[in-house]
Ligand binder design. Sequence first.
Ligand code: GBH
Length: 448
Amino acid sequence: MQKYTFPKDFIWGVATAAYQIEGAHNVDGKGENIWDRFTSIPGNIYKNHNGNVACNHYNLYEKDIEIMEELGIKNYRLSISWARIFPKGYGEINQKGLDYYKRLINTLISKGIKPAVTLYHWDLPQHLQDMGGWANRKVIDYFVEYAELMFKEFGDVVPIWITHNEPWVVSILGHAWGVHAPGIKDYKTALQVAHNILLSHGKVVKLYRSMNLKGKIGITLNLSSTHPLTDDEKDVRAAEVYDGFLNRWFLDAVLKGTYPEDMVKLYREQNILPEYTDEDMSIISEKIDFLGINYYTRSVLKYDENAYPLKASLVDLENPKTDMGWEIYPQGLYELLTNIHHNYGGVDILITENGAAFNDIVNYKGKVVDDYRIDYLYRHLREAHRAISEGVNLRGYYLWSFLDNFEWAEGYAKRFGIVFVDYKTQQRIVKESAYWYSNVIKNNSLCE
Ligand code: GBH
């Protein structure tokens, strides 16, 4: 039996995000955020689901942490709800919100579970959106104010900080395609939002350094390896442009302090290039300790004369997919990791999300036998292991997700958890994949 052992000290974890699991959307002084608002508008979300109750983790966190403990999970990526701390986004602090995260983080630590905390996983206080949201540079200062309080409160006990989760999703899905909050459809705004978010990231990294804290800080990007449909020159260029749009725009800014020239040219021609200065770029590229990567699938592109603004469109191949309709392509993880390693100076990497939604069912024995999820995870971890064995500085892996949860525009229809949630009773059922992952953690290795 072949055994694939990971480096000693490899971080094995699970991930969630506040809006997707907490519920308790209007208790203990929490302010409204853009997802509370967006989900309240009929037609935005599958079956008009919302995060009002979600997994009720706000009240059930102790029980959920017990499950982690039973499974031997030692690392947990969570996010903080900005509007619980600052109901208006800045100014007056909501003590009860702060107390909740104190209880949560202290409980984790008392059980030997290391928290990795994301400051922004998409839930902007609505009051800030009313001021223009991320398109308004003023919001950057409020994000720094919020981050400073979090570092003061939790900086000594939280070893890993993530400024932003997936700025591409926030900007493009939220501000160009309008399928996420705040539901805007304007590319120029979207690209300005992306820039302002990156700037806020750099400023918060700078702040973290100035506070002399002992932990590590980075940013999480959603990345995908891009492939042309054919080797026709036009398709090849389409894949390159999509790579620029999705990956290089963010990677180059954060790790090189420049935006990729081909994309600057294209965005300028389209009149959607954001406003930015050289000083902005030097702030954005403030040195990070690790790059967080969320990987789910690859992207296959073809040239498309009518596709605005890239003249490239995604192709849906008839290959095996998850319940999200995303192609299962484990090799893409290896491609990404090795490309980043070579193009960005061997940066330390954490996989901050990887996982799959499947249509799980509880069987007559009360079990969830999700062997298809085990297969997905196994194959992706094999590719991660392959990258490490070729020298990639991959330091850890957080599985998305610990619990089934509110899957944004898809509502509760898509289940990503290794723990099943019955939304009627709030009962948790540990899936077979969780027991499998528990063994991977225990052995620090994959077995064939
Ligand atoms: C992450 O987003 C989020 O961080 C997390 O909150 C979420 O629950 C989880 O993943 C699962 O969705 O639409 O054809 O272009 C993932 C975001 C995944 C965005 C893949 C774009 C490409 C497929 N993305 N995706 S397509």
